[in-house]
Design a binder for this molecule. Structure first.
Ligand code: AMP
Ligand code: GLY
Length: 420
């Protein structure tokens, strides 16, 4: 069969490589892919904002299954559009994607179904937002309602910082802002919990812990993710049940009452406080870099899982994993998450030889005249599986020493809470 993957990040390279392992696959197309996917798939550079061009290509090439990696096309309704043309697509529809597309949509579901989450207020203008600050405790959390690649969230330690956040959001830093959220700060440890859905039933996928801050020791600015490990150190049977019963099932009920269903990956971003889960956010896709960390552990053919999800037969599928632990370190362009230089060549990729349980997934890379260039903030993902996280991380650092890439940096301390 022919499969198409939408996206160009490390997550999509990991999906591509995992799909490739299936003996059902004749050909993979990546829209647009990166320098890593080009070795195992055909990269197609078309304008993803133009759904019609994409649809025509899919029909012309007779692609059997489309997998959507990132949130933007999901929130914009790509799944609804392609399904009108009887194209099989893995991912949630436009209404269900509001779980990520609008924090206020999610908070309203939380309120209606009593889902544990930080208490919050929604404000429509600067004046009301600032007035509310008079009764706030610090730190407090201020969030833009729009999709902002993880950057529209401010953790404010005092009124001054809160005012800057309010000004920036309403002045349009993340696009037109009709409102913002001010939220109670939750003190605990974060965890990413993944489930896969077919509209009728769902299965748990795996857990991971992500390091979102740019500097070692979890300091500095928020990023898309500097590294991750799987499974999360926090997961246990009791916590898993609480997440499903108190958070995921009521959310699905909420969607059902809105007349819609959920199909695809659901990423539940949680704060765990004394073994109690609180919902921080939903994402309607796999996490990045959590996906790169988790997929190499999967033993079941992922194409069977995707097809079962599209055909409402997930209940009959057993999803099996290796018992090994997995860790991913992300190499970023110097300057990320701020401004960084584009088109720096990555010279030493040829010096990296990967062992059996090692993986290298590209993210913001471009292949041009036999050379690989960094074109994004997050550039490469090194993943290693092992019986213990310490030796997995050691193997990655060994490879990174061989890479010695001047244009980049990475965190050496991924997983420190479990390893060190
Ligand atoms: P979000 O985009 O909502 O996931 O927020 C990005 C990051 O901000 C999260 O991964 C947390 O690290 C942090 N964050 C968001 N909301 C809260 C909260 N209510 N309390 C503490 N930290 C938060
Ligand atoms: N790693 C965080 C995210 O994918 O949003």
């Amino acid at each position: 069969m022919k499969v198409g993957i939408i996206g160009s990040g490390g997550r999509e390279h990991a999906i591509c490589q995992t799909v490739k392992k299936s003996n059902k696959i004749d050909k993979i197309f990546c829209f647009p892919g990166n320098a890593g996917t080009k070795d195992i798939a055909e990269n197609i550079n078309i304008d993803l904002d133009n759904f019609e061009i994409l649809k025509n290509f899919i029909l012309e090439k007779k692609i059997d299954l489309i997998i959507v990696g990132p949130e933007k096309p999901l929130v914009e309704g790509l799944v609804d559009y392609l399904e009108k043309f009887k194209i099989k697509v893995f991912g949630p529809n436009k209404i269900a994607s509001q779980l990520e597309g609008s924090k206020i949509f999610t908070k309203q579901i939380c309120e209606k179904y009593k889902i544990p989450t930080a208490s919050f207020g929604i404000f429509e203008n600067k004046k009301d937002s600032k007035k509310f600050l008079q009764s706030t405790n610090y730190p407090t959390v201020i969030k833009a309602d729009n999709l902002a690649s993880g950057k529209g969230v401010y953790i404010c330690n005092n009124e001054n910082e809160a005012i800057i956040a309010i000004e920036e959001i309403f002045n349009g830093k993340f696009g037109e802002a009709k409102n913002l959220l001010i939220e109670e700060f939750l003190k605990g440890e974060e965890m990413s919990f993944f489930t896969i859905h077919d509209g009728k039933s769902f299965k748990t996928f795996d857990t991971a812990q992500d390091h979102k801050r740019v500097l070692e020791g979890d300091k500095g600015k928020n990023t898309g993710g500097m590294g991750a490990y799987s499974p999360s150190r926090l997961i246990n049977k009791d916590l898993r049940n609480k997440i499903i019963e108190k958070i995921i099932k009521p959310t699905l009920k909420g969607l059902d009452e809105l007349g819609t269903k959920y199909k695809g990956f659901l990423y539940t971003g949680l704060m765990i406080v004394k073994n109690e889960p609180y919902l921080i956010e939903y994402n309607v896709r796999m996490g990045d870099p959590e996906c790169q960390t988790i997929l190499p552990k999967l033993k079941t053919d992922i194409t069977d899982i995707f097809l079962a999800s599209c055909e409402e037969r997930l209940e009959k599928i057993d999803i099996e994993w290796t018992n090994k632990k997995s860790i991913c370190i992300v190499v970023c362009s110097k300057g990320y998450p701020g401004t960084f230089k584009k088109n720096a060549q990555i010279e030493n990729l040829g010096k990296i030889t990967l062992g059996k349980d090692e993986y290298l997934f590209h993210a913001g890379t471009l292949y041009k005249e036999n050379k690989v260039y960094a074109v994004g903030g997050r550039v490469l993902n090194f993943v290693s599986l092992s019986e213990d996280l310490k030796s997995a991380r050691y193997e990655i650092i060994n490879n990174l020493n061989k890479l010695k890439w001047d244009g980049g940096f990475y965190r050496k301390d991924i997983g420190y809470k479990v390893i060190d």
